[in-house]
Write a protein that binds this ligand. Structure first.
Ligand code: NAD
Ligand code: MG
Length: 399
């Protein structure tokens, strides 16, 4: 794909959305913004739409529409304003755009990401929760509709780059030939060395202080608990058709090696770079070409020693819970993700202790196991179990 690409960014005002706009602005000859969506921060959405000449913006409701109108600079031609969840999915499938950046946080991003896959778009997938909640459905939609799926999560983007040629695009149904294992690196977050006993009084700001990456608050908390890595194991399972026992997590505090692929002959290929999401985003936007991203070169001499270690599952119970969920099946993965979203939101709002996050998730997994199994063949099925889990989890452990 080297012709001009018109891009829709779902979740434009977030950390990934901002980085995507930054990369697009560096390549006016081959990339342009078609549509931008945001859930809150209408003033920022208006600035972004004005600066990028977006043709369309998508806002959640009429109150947000009013705030967008109030923030719009006088004298500028107004973009078309679309309202509501259906408009968001319709925009992801809009024939006027070629590429969709799925950068909404949480399972809320699933309908838009799925609509983009069903419309056969180039899908740049940052929204890992979409794959956790609906991996089989999403990958089938990619296959059935000839969509082009490019992982943006830095680890999966690294693995994608290290995969054998020819196995790179699309949605594989079996592991790539010659690949033995996927090695996912993890920084270990801000509490890597803390005694688990000391985490009782952790505040949201402490949990969000990631040592290497600057990200939205939900994924920052997930990185601290390492549930983020658990979600990424599930994400890797779907993206690369890899069974759980062939995916290993390695603690790598420097965040220079973004992940690795181990081959049958003993070769291990890695992708390295600065911890800056503009690299994987530029890779996805440019594929198969390489685009300048604004990321400074990696100075390996300055990076110094690169360390690798096995994660301690007692210290990071959320990682073990995610492996359990993956082995257990789709229903458990939906429950894991939904319970975590509820727990992290409560923690960020000061209503739940940090140490309760794994307890809430474990309770939701137990609850899910005891229910009679339900079919999960459609988006509606997935969203129904997601909503039920949220209802069950809502009041667990609240302060
Ligand atoms: P963020 O919180 O900074 O931004 C989230 C965006 O989604 C915002 O634009 C917000 O308006 C929108 N949004 C939030 N709730 C919504 C809802 N209910 N409906 C519609 N839109 C909604 O998040 P982020 O850090 O940019 O992460 C976005 C996604 O990318 C997440 O799935 C995250 O796991 C993934 N990701 C992020 C990074 C990173 O470096 N930030 C790295 C890898 C993967
Ligand atoms: Mg990641």
């Amino acid at each position: 794909m080297s012709r001009f690409q018109r891009v829709a960014i779902l979740g434009a005002t977030g950390s990934i959305g901002e980085s995507t706009l930054d990369v697009i602005a560096r390549h006016p000859d081959r990339l342009g913004v078609y549509a931008l969506s945001a859930h809150s921060r209408m003033d920022r959405l208006a600035e972004q739409a004005a600066a990028s000449n977006a043709a369309v913006v998508v806002v959640p409701d009429t109150a947000a529409r009013q705030r967008f109108l109030a923030a719009w600079p006088t004298g500028r031609a107004m973009p078309e304003i679309r309202v509501g969840a259906q408009a968001l999915a319709d925009t992801a499938a809009d024939p006027a755009c070629d590429t969709v950046m799925a950068a909404i946080v949480g399972a809320a991003g699933l309908p838009g990401a799925l609509a983009a896959a069903q419309a056969g778009k180039r899908v740049l997938l940052a929204n890992k929760e979409a794959l956790v909640a609906a991996g089989a459905l999403f990958m089938q939609a990619v296959r059935d509709n000839g969509a082009e799926l490019l992982p943006i999560d830095s680890e999966h983007n690294a693995i994608f780059q290290c995969m054998p040629r020819g196995d790179r695009a699309g949605a594989p149904t079996e592991p790539a030939r010659g690949v033995r294992r996927l090695l996912l690196t993890a920084s270990g977050g801000p509490f890597r060395r803390h005694d688990p006993q000391d985490l009782h009084d952790v505040t949201p700001d402490q949990a969000c202080k990631h040592p290497n990456w600057s990200m939205g608050r939900k994924i920052s908390v997930d990185s601290a608990t390492m549930l983020n890595k658990g979600l990424e194991v599930i994400e890797a399972h779907w993206l690369f058709a890899m069974p759980a026992e062939r995916i290993e997590v390695l603690i790598h505090p420097q965040s220079v090696v973004h992940s690795l692929v181990e081959y049958d002959d003993g070769s291990v290929l890695a992708q390295l770079g600065q911890p800056d999401m503009r690299t994987p985003i530029a890779y996805g936007l440019g594929f198969p070409d390489r685009l300048a991203s604004g990321v400074s070169p990696l100075d390996l001499a300055k990076a110094g020693c690169l360390e690798f270690d096995k994660p301690d599952l007692n210290r990071f119970p959320c990682l073990a819970l995610a492996f359990d969920a993956l082995r257990s099946g789709q229903g458990a993965c939906i429950a894991l993700n939904a319970a975590n979203e509820v727990a992290v939101a409560a923690f960020l709002a000061g209503r739940l202790r940090y140490t309760w996050i794994p307890r809430v998730i474990a309770a939701a997994l137990e609850w899910q196991q005891q229910r009679s199994s339900v079919t999960l063949d459609s988006l509606a099925d997935v969203l129904a179990l997601d909503a039920e889990t949220r209802a069950y989890t809502g009041n667990l452990g609240l302060a």
